[in-house]
Ligand binder design. Structure first.
Ligand code: HPA
Ligand code: ZN
Length: 326
């Protein structure tokens, strides 16, 4: 199996539906509109996906819940051959933005990550993400949580949520705080908003990576800028297709971006929601574009180079990504 580095994965979005159902049953909490008749997550479009995501997340209430969830997610990552995952964590879900509560949730998640690394030889680092549709003031609180807990494990800050709400510039203060705390920066952009949103993320938030960013393809000058500046895109093709952004794998722009010299990486975003796994993504891309193991190895090297971890960890990852028969 190809060793993989995944940079764009939402922790709650990686929760298997049966995990959420079991927890809801234990809590005697009724979840309405979250599952279809087969027990899979159901949603109609991106706005509805965000609502369903938040409903499912509402059953995760304690640090112990997040400990369980982190273990379940990392066990799957290891089974998929993922050697390193950067996972989005939200202080708004983990303690309602309160710094003291956030420290407790973070400690539980980190403890689970340590167990997973010992048990399954898969590594995790955390990226605090603010939630765009909750607005800049709430984002500032998330950034404070990130800045106060930044270290060699909590390595980044980002923004997710409803991309059509507000502008990246509205969140510049939160990103300035995170940058001062030496966190790596990434922003969801160029998925539901067009190329200008990618430009705004680069200019106003000064990110080195963009979550999705695929709609840059609509603007050749922006594609040139991404390639020249070495901006890394966290591309999640199956997510884009499941949410209707592109009609099929062969119409997805990831191959065109790659061909134009943009540094692309591959991730799954919220895999059980989009009925995908990282192995399935590789299989579909191999079918659609003829990509072979050498291409996937090079994309994983790009991901390791762009990871927000320290250089010793990066060197270890790059070593693990070397072909075995060399
Ligand atoms: N996109 C944007 N915001 C999100 C997502 C996503 O896939 N998952 C959770 N919040
Ligand atoms: Zn995402």
């Amino acid at each position: 199996m190809i060793p993989k580095v995944e940079l764009h994965l939402h922790l709650e979005g990686a929760a298997p539906p049966e995990f959420i159902r079991r927890l809801a049953d234990e809590r005697r909490q009724r979840l309405v509109g979250v599952f279809d008749e087969d027990g899979a997550y159901r949603f109609t479009d991106f706005a509805n996906f965000l609502a369903v995501y938040e409903a499912a997340t509402s059953v995760l209430r304690t640090p112990a819940d997040y400990h369980r969830l982190t273990l379940a997610v990392l066990e799957r990552q290891a089974a998929e051959g993922v050697i390193y995952s950067e996972i989005f964590l939200s202080p708004d879900f983990c303690g309602g933005g309160d710094l003291g509560a956030w420290r407790d949730f973070l400690a539980a998640i980190r403890e689970a990550a340590t167990i997973a690394e010992d048990r399954w030889d898969t590594r995790m680092r955390g990226i605090v993400t603010c939630i765009r549709h909750l607005g800049p003031d709430v984002a500032r609180r998330a950034a404070l949580c990130a800045a106060e807990t930044a270290d060699d494990w909590l390595v980044g800050f980002g923004i997710a949520g409803e991309e059509r709400r507000g502008t990246p510039g509205d969140f510049a203060y939160a990103f300035d705080m995170a940058r001062e705390a030496k966190l790596g920066l990434t922003a969801h952009a160029g998925e539901w908003a067009g190329p200008d949103s990618v430009r705004a993320a680069l200019d106003d938030l000064r990110v080195s990576r963009v979550g999705h960013g695929v709609r840059a393809i609509e603007d050749p000058a922006l594609v040139d800028r991404l390639a020249e500046d070495g901006v890394v895109l966290e591309v999640c093709p199956g997510s884009n297709i499941a949410l209707g952004l592109y009609p099929s794998w062969d119409r997805h722009p990831v191959a065109r971006l790659h061909d134009k010299g943009v540094r692309v990486t591959l991730s799954t975003d919220d895999p059980p929601f989009f009925r995908t796994t990282i192995s399935r993504e590789y299989d579909r891309l191999a079918e659609a574009f003829g990509w072979d193991a050498a291409v996937f190895r090079s994309l994983n090297r790009t991901a390791a180079e762009a990871a927000f971890c320290d250089d010793a960890t990066r060197a270890a990852l790059l070593k693990l990504l070397e072909p075995e028969d060399d």
